[in-house]
Design a protein around this ligand. Structure first.
Ligand code: ASP
Ligand code: MG
Length: 422
Protein backbone atom coordinates (compact mmCIF):
# COMPACT_ATOMS: atom_id res chain seq x y z
CA UNK A 1 0.00 0.00 0.00
CA UNK A 2 1.20 3.49 -0.85
CA UNK A 3 0.23 6.97 0.35
CA UNK A 4 0.12 10.03 -1.91
CA UNK A 5 -0.28 13.58 -0.66
CA UNK A 6 -1.41 16.49 -2.80
CA UNK A 7 -1.15 20.02 -1.41
CA UNK A 8 -3.09 23.18 -2.20
CA UNK A 9 -0.85 24.20 -5.12
CA UNK A 10 -1.52 20.90 -6.92
CA UNK A 11 -5.29 21.46 -6.81
CA UNK A 12 -5.54 25.19 -7.28
CA UNK A 13 -7.77 24.83 -10.37
CA UNK A 14 -9.63 22.33 -12.53
CA UNK A 15 -6.44 21.47 -14.47
CA UNK A 16 -4.84 20.44 -11.18
CA UNK A 17 -7.67 18.04 -10.38
CA UNK A 18 -7.45 16.55 -13.89
CA UNK A 19 -3.73 16.10 -13.39
CA UNK A 20 -4.36 14.11 -10.20
CA UNK A 21 -6.52 11.73 -12.19
CA UNK A 22 -3.69 11.17 -14.66
CA UNK A 23 -1.13 10.64 -11.87
CA UNK A 24 -3.45 8.12 -10.21
CA UNK A 25 -3.66 6.12 -13.40
CA UNK A 26 -0.06 4.94 -13.04
CA UNK A 27 0.39 3.09 -9.71
CA UNK A 28 -0.76 -0.48 -9.57
CA UNK A 29 -0.82 -0.79 -5.80
CA UNK A 30 -3.45 0.01 -3.20
CA UNK A 31 -3.41 3.71 -2.53
CA UNK A 32 -4.53 6.31 0.01
CA UNK A 33 -4.66 9.85 -1.35
CA UNK A 34 -4.44 12.65 1.20
CA UNK A 35 -5.45 16.10 -0.03
CA UNK A 36 -5.36 19.57 1.48
CA UNK A 37 -7.54 22.57 0.73
CA UNK A 38 -7.51 23.91 -2.84
CA UNK A 39 -5.17 26.78 -3.67
CA UNK A 40 -5.22 29.41 -0.96
CA UNK A 41 -8.58 28.37 0.48
CA UNK A 42 -7.23 27.85 4.02
CA UNK A 43 -6.21 31.52 4.06
CA UNK A 44 -9.64 32.50 2.73
CA UNK A 45 -11.36 30.42 5.43
CA UNK A 46 -9.17 32.01 8.09
CA UNK A 47 -10.64 35.34 7.01
CA UNK A 48 -14.16 33.88 7.24
CA UNK A 49 -13.32 32.67 10.74
CA UNK A 50 -11.94 36.04 11.82
CA UNK A 51 -14.98 37.86 10.44
CA UNK A 52 -17.24 35.48 12.33
CA UNK A 53 -15.32 35.53 15.60
CA UNK A 54 -14.81 39.30 15.61
CA UNK A 55 -18.37 39.95 14.40
CA UNK A 56 -17.17 42.27 11.65
CA UNK A 57 -20.39 41.79 9.72
CA UNK A 58 -18.37 40.80 6.65
CA UNK A 59 -18.89 37.01 6.80
CA UNK A 60 -21.29 36.95 3.82
CA UNK A 61 -18.60 38.51 1.61
CA UNK A 62 -15.66 36.44 2.83
CA UNK A 63 -17.72 33.23 2.70
CA UNK A 64 -18.81 34.09 -0.82
CA UNK A 65 -15.17 34.09 -1.98
CA UNK A 66 -14.87 30.50 -0.77
CA UNK A 67 -18.11 29.42 -2.46
CA UNK A 68 -17.40 31.11 -5.79
CA UNK A 69 -13.87 29.70 -6.02
CA UNK A 70 -15.03 26.10 -5.52
CA UNK A 71 -18.14 26.38 -7.69
CA UNK A 72 -16.07 27.69 -10.57
CA UNK A 73 -13.77 24.65 -10.33
CA UNK A 74 -16.81 22.34 -10.20
CA UNK A 75 -18.15 24.09 -13.26
CA UNK A 76 -14.89 23.61 -15.18
CA UNK A 77 -14.67 19.95 -14.20
CA UNK A 78 -18.21 18.71 -14.67
CA UNK A 79 -19.79 21.21 -17.08
CA UNK A 80 -23.45 20.36 -17.67
CA UNK A 81 -23.25 17.28 -15.50
CA UNK A 82 -22.43 19.24 -12.40
CA UNK A 83 -25.85 19.12 -10.64
CA UNK A 84 -25.13 16.16 -8.38
CA UNK A 85 -21.79 17.62 -7.31
CA UNK A 86 -23.29 21.07 -6.71
CA UNK A 87 -25.87 19.40 -4.45
CA UNK A 88 -23.06 17.92 -2.38
CA UNK A 89 -21.29 21.29 -2.28
CA UNK A 90 -24.48 22.99 -1.15
CA UNK A 91 -24.80 20.54 1.72
CA UNK A 92 -21.30 21.47 2.93
CA UNK A 93 -21.91 25.19 2.40
CA UNK A 94 -25.16 24.93 4.42
CA UNK A 95 -23.30 23.22 7.25
CA UNK A 96 -20.80 26.05 7.34
CA UNK A 97 -23.56 28.63 7.03
CA UNK A 98 -25.27 27.17 10.10
CA UNK A 99 -22.09 27.68 12.09
CA UNK A 100 -21.68 31.21 10.75
CA UNK A 101 -25.22 32.19 11.65
CA UNK A 102 -24.78 31.10 15.27
CA UNK A 103 -23.06 33.00 18.09
CA UNK A 104 -19.30 32.35 18.32
CA UNK A 105 -18.06 30.71 21.50
CA UNK A 106 -15.29 32.33 23.52
CA UNK A 107 -12.65 29.96 22.18
CA UNK A 108 -11.10 31.25 18.94
CA UNK A 109 -9.10 28.06 18.31
CA UNK A 110 -12.22 25.91 18.55
CA UNK A 111 -14.10 28.12 16.10
CA UNK A 112 -11.07 28.16 13.79
CA UNK A 113 -10.94 24.38 13.49
CA UNK A 114 -14.62 23.87 12.85
CA UNK A 115 -14.60 26.53 10.13
CA UNK A 116 -11.24 26.07 8.41
CA UNK A 117 -11.76 22.27 8.05
CA UNK A 118 -14.23 22.97 5.24
CA UNK A 119 -11.33 23.65 2.86
CA UNK A 120 -10.26 20.04 3.09
CA UNK A 121 -13.81 18.63 3.23
CA UNK A 122 -14.75 20.48 0.03
CA UNK A 123 -11.54 19.68 -1.88
CA UNK A 124 -11.76 15.95 -1.15
CA UNK A 125 -15.46 15.90 -2.05
CA UNK A 126 -14.74 17.51 -5.43
CA UNK A 127 -11.83 15.18 -6.17
CA UNK A 128 -13.68 12.03 -5.10
CA UNK A 129 -16.62 13.05 -7.31
CA UNK A 130 -14.31 13.75 -10.24
CA UNK A 131 -12.72 10.32 -9.92
CA UNK A 132 -16.15 8.62 -9.82
CA UNK A 133 -17.16 10.71 -12.83
CA UNK A 134 -14.18 9.23 -14.65
CA UNK A 135 -15.04 5.68 -13.60
CA UNK A 136 -12.29 5.43 -10.98
CA UNK A 137 -13.67 3.68 -7.94
CA UNK A 138 -12.52 5.82 -5.07
CA UNK A 139 -13.81 5.70 -1.52
CA UNK A 140 -14.23 8.97 0.38
CA UNK A 141 -13.18 8.87 4.03
CA UNK A 142 -13.94 11.60 6.57
CA UNK A 143 -10.66 11.41 8.45
CA UNK A 144 -12.18 13.10 11.52
CA UNK A 145 -13.81 9.77 12.37
CA UNK A 146 -10.58 7.81 12.56
CA UNK A 147 -7.66 10.21 13.16
CA UNK A 148 -8.35 11.05 16.79
CA UNK A 149 -6.71 13.86 18.73
CA UNK A 150 -6.96 15.67 22.06
CA UNK A 151 -8.80 18.99 22.07
CA UNK A 152 -5.75 21.20 21.75
CA UNK A 153 -7.46 23.06 18.90
CA UNK A 154 -5.26 24.33 16.02
CA UNK A 155 -2.33 22.19 17.13
CA UNK A 156 -3.96 18.98 18.22
CA UNK A 157 -1.99 15.94 19.40
CA UNK A 158 -2.87 12.63 17.78
CA UNK A 159 -3.84 9.64 19.92
CA UNK A 160 -1.80 7.14 17.94
CA UNK A 161 -3.09 3.99 19.64
CA UNK A 162 -6.75 4.77 19.13
CA UNK A 163 -6.19 6.19 15.64
CA UNK A 164 -4.29 3.06 14.66
CA UNK A 165 -7.20 0.82 15.61
CA UNK A 166 -9.77 2.99 13.85
CA UNK A 167 -7.70 3.64 10.71
CA UNK A 168 -6.91 -0.04 10.28
CA UNK A 169 -10.64 -0.75 10.30
CA UNK A 170 -11.54 2.06 7.91
CA UNK A 171 -8.69 1.71 5.39
CA UNK A 172 -9.02 -2.06 4.96
CA UNK A 173 -8.96 -2.16 1.14
CA UNK A 174 -11.68 -4.81 1.13
CA UNK A 175 -13.85 -3.25 -1.51
CA UNK A 176 -11.63 -0.60 -3.06
CA UNK A 177 -8.05 0.00 -4.19
CA UNK A 178 -8.24 3.72 -3.63
CA UNK A 179 -9.21 6.01 -0.75
CA UNK A 180 -9.47 9.81 -0.80
CA UNK A 181 -9.20 11.61 2.51
CA UNK A 182 -8.29 14.94 4.09
CA UNK A 183 -4.97 16.11 5.40
CA UNK A 184 -4.58 18.62 8.23
CA UNK A 185 -7.91 17.95 9.96
CA UNK A 186 -8.83 15.39 12.61
CA UNK A 187 -11.46 14.81 15.30
CA UNK A 188 -11.72 14.36 19.04
CA UNK A 189 -13.32 11.43 20.87
CA UNK A 190 -16.41 13.60 21.25
CA UNK A 191 -16.65 14.39 17.52
CA UNK A 192 -15.27 17.91 17.57
CA UNK A 193 -13.12 18.95 14.63
CA UNK A 194 -9.46 19.71 15.26
CA UNK A 195 -6.50 20.67 13.05
CA UNK A 196 -2.84 19.74 13.23
CA UNK A 197 -1.25 23.16 12.52
CA UNK A 198 -0.85 25.04 9.23
CA UNK A 199 0.63 22.96 6.41
CA UNK A 200 -0.15 19.87 8.48
CA UNK A 201 -1.36 17.59 5.68
CA UNK A 202 2.14 16.23 5.14
CA UNK A 203 2.01 15.13 8.75
CA UNK A 204 -1.39 13.44 8.25
CA UNK A 205 0.01 11.54 5.28
CA UNK A 206 3.06 10.44 7.28
CA UNK A 207 0.87 9.32 10.19
CA UNK A 208 -1.32 7.23 7.90
CA UNK A 209 1.78 5.75 6.25
CA UNK A 210 3.10 4.82 9.69
CA UNK A 211 -0.16 3.46 11.10
CA UNK A 212 -0.92 1.39 8.02
CA UNK A 213 2.66 0.28 7.27
CA UNK A 214 2.82 1.85 3.82
CA UNK A 215 5.57 0.90 1.34
CA UNK A 216 6.29 4.58 0.81
CA UNK A 217 4.81 8.09 0.93
CA UNK A 218 4.92 10.44 -2.06
CA UNK A 219 4.42 14.16 -1.54
CA UNK A 220 3.54 15.84 -4.86
CA UNK A 221 4.87 19.39 -5.06
CA UNK A 222 5.27 22.32 -7.44
CA UNK A 223 9.06 21.89 -7.40
CA UNK A 224 11.11 19.00 -8.92
CA UNK A 225 12.06 17.65 -5.48
CA UNK A 226 13.92 18.81 -2.40
CA UNK A 227 16.09 21.70 -3.55
CA UNK A 228 19.19 23.09 -1.84
CA UNK A 229 17.45 26.48 -1.54
CA UNK A 230 14.06 28.00 -2.29
CA UNK A 231 13.98 28.34 -6.11
CA UNK A 232 11.57 31.27 -5.72
CA UNK A 233 14.35 33.20 -3.93
CA UNK A 234 17.60 32.01 -5.50
CA UNK A 235 18.46 31.54 -9.15
CA UNK A 236 21.00 28.71 -9.11
CA UNK A 237 19.34 26.01 -7.02
CA UNK A 238 19.89 22.29 -7.49
CA UNK A 239 17.87 19.22 -6.64
CA UNK A 240 19.09 16.90 -3.88
CA UNK A 241 18.24 13.41 -5.04
CA UNK A 242 18.95 11.54 -1.82
CA UNK A 243 18.77 12.59 1.82
CA UNK A 244 18.84 10.81 5.14
CA UNK A 245 15.91 11.18 7.55
CA UNK A 246 18.20 13.05 9.91
CA UNK A 247 19.17 15.61 7.27
CA UNK A 248 15.52 16.06 6.26
CA UNK A 249 14.46 16.65 9.89
CA UNK A 250 17.20 19.24 10.31
CA UNK A 251 16.24 21.02 7.10
CA UNK A 252 12.52 21.19 7.80
CA UNK A 253 13.17 22.31 11.34
CA UNK A 254 15.48 25.10 10.16
CA UNK A 255 12.61 26.37 8.03
CA UNK A 256 12.89 24.68 4.61
CA UNK A 257 9.27 24.87 3.54
CA UNK A 258 9.37 21.75 1.43
CA UNK A 259 8.00 19.42 4.14
CA UNK A 260 6.28 19.98 7.45
CA UNK A 261 8.78 19.35 10.28
CA UNK A 262 6.59 16.73 11.95
CA UNK A 263 6.46 14.58 8.80
CA UNK A 264 9.73 12.72 9.03
CA UNK A 265 9.58 11.05 12.46
CA UNK A 266 6.58 8.78 11.77
CA UNK A 267 8.30 7.66 8.57
CA UNK A 268 11.72 7.20 10.10
CA UNK A 269 10.31 5.10 12.95
CA UNK A 270 9.15 2.50 10.46
CA UNK A 271 11.82 3.15 7.81
CA UNK A 272 9.21 4.17 5.24
CA UNK A 273 10.81 6.08 2.33
CA UNK A 274 9.54 9.55 1.49
CA UNK A 275 9.47 10.61 -2.15
CA UNK A 276 9.11 14.28 -3.05
CA UNK A 277 8.07 14.67 -6.67
CA UNK A 278 6.81 17.28 -9.09
CA UNK A 279 3.12 16.99 -9.95
CA UNK A 280 3.78 18.72 -13.27
CA UNK A 281 6.54 16.25 -14.20
CA UNK A 282 5.49 12.99 -12.53
CA UNK A 283 7.93 10.78 -14.45
CA UNK A 284 11.05 12.55 -13.20
CA UNK A 285 12.64 10.88 -10.17
CA UNK A 286 12.37 13.68 -7.58
CA UNK A 287 14.01 13.28 -4.19
CA UNK A 288 14.04 10.36 -1.82
CA UNK A 289 14.40 10.59 1.94
CA UNK A 290 15.32 7.27 3.50
CA UNK A 291 17.56 5.48 5.98
CA UNK A 292 20.92 5.88 4.28
CA UNK A 293 24.11 4.33 5.56
CA UNK A 294 26.46 5.88 3.06
CA UNK A 295 27.95 9.28 3.89
CA UNK A 296 26.36 11.53 1.32
CA UNK A 297 28.22 14.51 0.00
CA UNK A 298 25.62 17.26 0.04
CA UNK A 299 25.92 20.69 -1.57
CA UNK A 300 25.52 23.77 0.65
CA UNK A 301 21.85 24.03 1.59
CA UNK A 302 20.54 27.43 2.60
CA UNK A 303 17.30 28.36 4.23
CA UNK A 304 15.86 31.81 4.91
CA UNK A 305 13.38 32.17 7.73
CA UNK A 306 11.74 35.58 7.53
CA UNK A 307 9.54 37.46 10.01
CA UNK A 308 11.69 36.62 12.99
CA UNK A 309 11.87 38.52 16.25
CA UNK A 310 15.26 38.75 17.94
CA UNK A 311 15.14 39.44 21.67
CA UNK A 312 17.90 40.12 24.16
CA UNK A 313 17.03 39.84 27.84
CA UNK A 314 19.12 41.10 30.75
CA UNK A 315 17.99 40.36 34.32
CA UNK A 316 16.92 43.51 36.13
CA UNK A 317 18.33 42.31 39.43
CA UNK A 318 21.83 41.89 37.91
CA UNK A 319 21.81 38.18 38.64
CA UNK A 320 23.30 35.84 36.06
CA UNK A 321 21.33 34.14 33.33
CA UNK A 322 21.23 30.84 35.16
CA UNK A 323 18.95 27.82 34.93
CA UNK A 324 16.15 29.35 36.96
CA UNK A 325 15.94 32.40 34.71
CA UNK A 326 16.05 30.23 31.58
CA UNK A 327 13.29 28.11 33.03
CA UNK A 328 11.05 31.17 33.37
CA UNK A 329 11.81 32.27 29.81
CA UNK A 330 11.09 28.82 28.36
CA UNK A 331 7.90 28.64 30.43
CA UNK A 332 6.66 31.87 28.84
CA UNK A 333 7.61 30.68 25.34
CA UNK A 334 5.57 27.53 25.90
CA UNK A 335 2.66 29.51 27.37
CA UNK A 336 2.50 31.82 24.33
CA UNK A 337 3.19 28.92 21.94
CA UNK A 338 6.18 30.70 20.42
CA UNK A 339 8.67 28.67 18.47
CA UNK A 340 12.27 29.14 19.49
CA UNK A 341 14.53 29.07 16.45
CA UNK A 342 17.93 30.10 17.82
CA UNK A 343 19.38 31.01 21.19
CA UNK A 344 22.63 32.29 22.63
CA UNK A 345 23.56 33.23 26.18
CA UNK A 346 26.28 35.11 27.99
CA UNK A 347 26.70 35.60 31.71
CA UNK A 348 24.12 38.36 31.98
CA UNK A 349 22.15 38.26 28.77
CA UNK A 350 20.12 35.80 26.77
CA UNK A 351 19.36 36.37 23.07
CA UNK A 352 16.91 34.33 21.06
CA UNK A 353 15.00 34.31 17.82
CA UNK A 354 11.34 33.37 17.56
CA UNK A 355 8.67 33.51 14.86
CA UNK A 356 7.11 36.96 15.09
CA UNK A 357 3.50 36.66 16.17
CA UNK A 358 1.69 39.97 16.18
CA UNK A 359 -1.25 38.69 18.21
CA UNK A 360 0.74 37.80 21.33
CA UNK A 361 3.75 40.11 20.83
CA UNK A 362 2.78 42.80 23.37
CA UNK A 363 1.61 40.40 26.07
CA UNK A 364 4.75 38.31 25.68
CA UNK A 365 7.07 41.30 25.99
CA UNK A 366 5.10 42.63 28.97
CA UNK A 367 5.33 39.37 30.85
CA UNK A 368 9.12 39.42 30.39
CA UNK A 369 9.49 43.00 31.55
CA UNK A 370 9.05 42.37 35.29
CA UNK A 371 12.15 40.28 35.42
CA UNK A 372 14.23 41.47 32.47
CA UNK A 373 15.27 44.47 30.53
CA UNK A 374 14.06 43.64 27.03
CA UNK A 375 15.63 44.74 23.76
CA UNK A 376 14.29 43.48 20.46
CA UNK A 377 14.57 43.73 16.70
CA UNK A 378 11.43 43.10 14.71
CA UNK A 379 11.54 41.74 11.18
CA UNK A 380 14.93 40.07 11.16
CA UNK A 381 15.80 37.10 8.94
CA UNK A 382 17.41 33.91 10.13
CA UNK A 383 19.65 32.39 7.47
CA UNK A 384 20.81 28.82 8.02
CA UNK A 385 23.51 27.28 5.84
CA UNK A 386 24.06 23.53 6.13
CA UNK A 387 27.28 22.03 4.72
CA UNK A 388 28.68 25.52 4.43
CA UNK A 389 31.92 26.80 2.99
CA UNK A 390 33.37 30.31 3.14
CA UNK A 391 32.47 31.03 -0.47
CA UNK A 392 28.80 30.44 -0.02
CA UNK A 393 28.71 32.40 3.22
CA UNK A 394 30.38 35.29 1.52
CA UNK A 395 27.86 35.15 -1.31
CA UNK A 396 24.83 34.91 0.96
CA UNK A 397 25.79 37.26 3.74
CA UNK A 398 28.12 39.70 1.97
CA UNK A 399 27.57 43.18 3.36
CA UNK A 400 24.44 42.34 5.34
CA UNK A 401 24.18 43.47 8.96
CA UNK A 402 24.68 40.38 11.10
CA UNK A 403 23.17 40.63 14.60
CA UNK A 404 23.99 37.09 15.77
CA UNK A 405 26.23 34.46 14.24
CA UNK A 406 26.61 30.80 15.23
CA UNK A 407 28.67 28.04 13.65
CA UNK A 408 28.89 24.34 14.32
CA UNK A 409 30.74 21.76 12.24
CA UNK A 410 27.94 21.42 9.69
CA UNK A 411 25.74 24.42 10.20
CA UNK A 412 26.25 28.18 10.13
CA UNK A 413 23.43 30.50 11.21
CA UNK A 414 23.05 34.25 10.88
CA UNK A 415 20.45 36.64 12.19
CA UNK A 416 20.27 39.46 9.68
CA UNK A 417 18.88 42.90 10.32
CA UNK A 418 16.62 43.98 7.46
CA UNK A 419 16.16 47.46 8.85
CA UNK A 420 19.20 49.28 7.46
CA UNK A 421 18.19 52.56 9.07
CA UNK A 422 19.43 51.30 12.46
N1 ASP B 1 -4.67 23.47 4.00
C1 ASP B 1 -3.83 23.55 5.17
C2 ASP B 1 -2.94 24.78 5.08
O1 ASP B 1 -2.92 25.44 4.05
C3 ASP B 1 -3.03 22.31 5.38
C4 ASP B 1 -1.97 22.02 4.35
O2 ASP B 1 -1.98 22.62 3.27
O3 ASP B 1 -1.14 21.15 4.59
O4 ASP B 1 -2.27 25.07 6.01
MG1 MG C 1 -2.62 24.21 2.10
Amino acid sequence: MKVFKFGGASVKDAEGVKNILSILNTPKSNLIVVVSAMGKMTNALEIVCNDFFNRTGKTPQSFDIVKTFHLSIVNDLFGEKKDEVVKKMDKLFKELETILSSEPSLCYDYEYDRIVCFGELISTTIIAEYLQFNKRKAKFVDIRKCLITDNNYRDANVDIELSEKLCQKVFNFQDTFLYITQGFIAGTRTNQTTTLGREGSDYTAALLANILDAEDLTIWKDVPGIMNADPKMYADTEIIYKLSYKEAIELSNFGAKIIHPKTIKPLQNKKIPLLVKSFSDPMSPGSIVAELDEKLKLPPIYINKDKQLLLTLTPRDFSFIAEEKLCNIFGLLAKFRLKLNLMQNSAISFSFCINYNEVVFKDFINSLKDEFEVLYNKDVTLITVRHYNEDIIHRLIGEKVVLVEQRSRLTARFVINNDISE
